[in-house]
Design a protein around this ligand. Structure first.
Ligand SMILES: *Cc1c(COP(=O)(O)O)cnc(C)c1O
Length: 395
């Protein structure tokens, strides 16, 4: 039998990096590789497995819905899709006029948001779409046009036009918002950039200026949503009301699903026939997302994310390692700032120590554990992360 690494090299598209391990199963905050090695999973599929692995609620929802009605088409309504739309409108505070559209991924959610921005054109007068430097909004051509990372974009240009990337500063907001702006899209915390928070008051100021100029404020909640930061959605910490949010990752708990939720007048922009997706909003995906969000609500996991996030920071800083210069982020989305650019080495040392983390950039380790973690997982994390830093420090 050929080693899995060789099979991967031979047949998987080269766009995928070298896998860290070959995983075989999971339970709670743990996964096991094909040789039976156990790891504590503090990445959760990049903020996806909100309930951890093989949670009974997830398993039951997949099984029940698969045995009932998995897919129809957008020619029909189904109860799971209706109920999920109502739920995400309620949780996001989108209010009386709130509406939801479902697709299959984050990138697809942002494609829909980009189309929404184009529809806010005031008869052609609004030609500009603003996004932030270092923003990550996905890898499809439209979502890549919104992404502010030149190295991801270069090979694929020309991308859809009209997008400008501005720094996350008050000055840039004030200098760039005018009546030609159709929309501003922002992540409440830039996850892919290394868990980088917006300056205090940035979302509030962005809301004021977009409202004044008739531009949409679109918040990309794909990584920060579903309770991860200790609120249902990251924008809620700022107390603002956006015009739209995009969601994916954690809302499905492992089931591929994404969506766009619109607020107020933004709910009236899409008209019949303007957008669609064959799989989008099918009963299987929406039933599972509904069950996942229902369990987050029932078990108080948004509050748990807030509380455990504070404890996680205390545990990391309490190690007193000279390799750690700080912890960014909120709730259970944390960026451990390293004093040296050795994140890849730390990620490898973590794996060696039975811990899954992510090198988000050269000097940041991203942590996004399942929202279900408790004292036992934090104890285990602390021990394994101490060993990790020790190993990496010696490397
Ligand atoms: C992951 C992510 C995306 C892209 O989602 P995919 O499901 O990978 O297409 C977009 N925006 C943010 C903020 C993300 O974290």
């Amino acid at each position: 039998m050929t080693a899995w690494q060789d099979r991967f090299d031979a047949r998987m598209m080269r766009s995928l990096g070298k896998p860290l391990a070959k995983l075989a199963r999971g339970e709670g905050a743990r996964v096991w590789d094909d040789e039976g090695r156990e790891y504590l999973d503090f990445l959760a599929g990049i903020a996806v497995n909100s309930l951890g692995h093989a949670h009974p609620v997830f398993v039951e929802a997949v099984s029940r819905q698969a045995a009932t009605l998995a897919h129809v088409s957008n020619y029909f309504a189904t109860e799971p899709a209706l109920a999920l739309a109502e739920r995400v409108v309620r949780l996001s505070g989108a209010g009386d006029r709130g509406r939801a559209w479902f697709g299959n991924s984050g990138a697809e959610a942002n494609e829909a948001a980009f189309k929404l921005a184009r529809l806010n054109n005031s008869g052609g007068a609004r030609t500009r779409v603003l996004a932030l430097v270092d923003a990550f909004h996905g890898r499809t051509m439209g979502s890549l046009a919104l992404t502010g990372k030149p190295h991801m974009r270069q090979a694929f240009e020309p991308l859809p036009g009209g997008v400008e990337h501005i720094p996350a500063t008050f000055e840039a907001l004030e200098a760039n918002l005018d009546d030609a702006v159709a929309a501003l899209i922002v992540e409440p915390i830039q996850g892919e950039a290394g868990v980088v928070e917006l300056p205090d008051g940035f979302l509030e100021r962005a809301r004021e200026l977009t409202r004044r100029h008739g531009a949409l404020l679109i918040v990309d909640e794909i990584q920060t949503g579903a309770g991860r930061t200790g609120a249902w959605f990251g924008f809620q910490h700022a107390g603002i009301t956006p015009d739209a949010i995009t969601i994916a990752k954690g809302i499905g708990g492992g089931m591929p699903i994404g969506g766009l939720v619109t607020f107020g007048h933004a709910s009236d922009l899409f008209q019949k026939g303007m957008h669609g997706s064959t799989f989008g909003g099918n009963p299987l995906a929406t039933a599972v997302a509904g069950a996942v969000l229902g369990e987050i609500e029932r078990a108080g996991l948004v509050e748990n994310a807030a509380r455990r996030g504070v404890q996680l920071r205390e545990r990391i800083l309490g190690l007193g390692s000279p390799l750690v210069s700080g912890v960014r982020g909120r709730g259970l989305l944390a960026g451990v700032a390293l004093a040296e650019p050795i994140a890849t080495r730390v990620q490898a040392a973590a794996l060696e120590s039975g811990l899954i983390v992510n090198a988000a950039n050269d000097s940041t380790i991203r942590l996004a554990p399942p929202l279900i973690i408790g004292d036992a997982e934090l104890d285990e994390f602390e021990a394994r992360f101490a060993r990790t830093l020790d190993l990496a420090g010696r490397g």
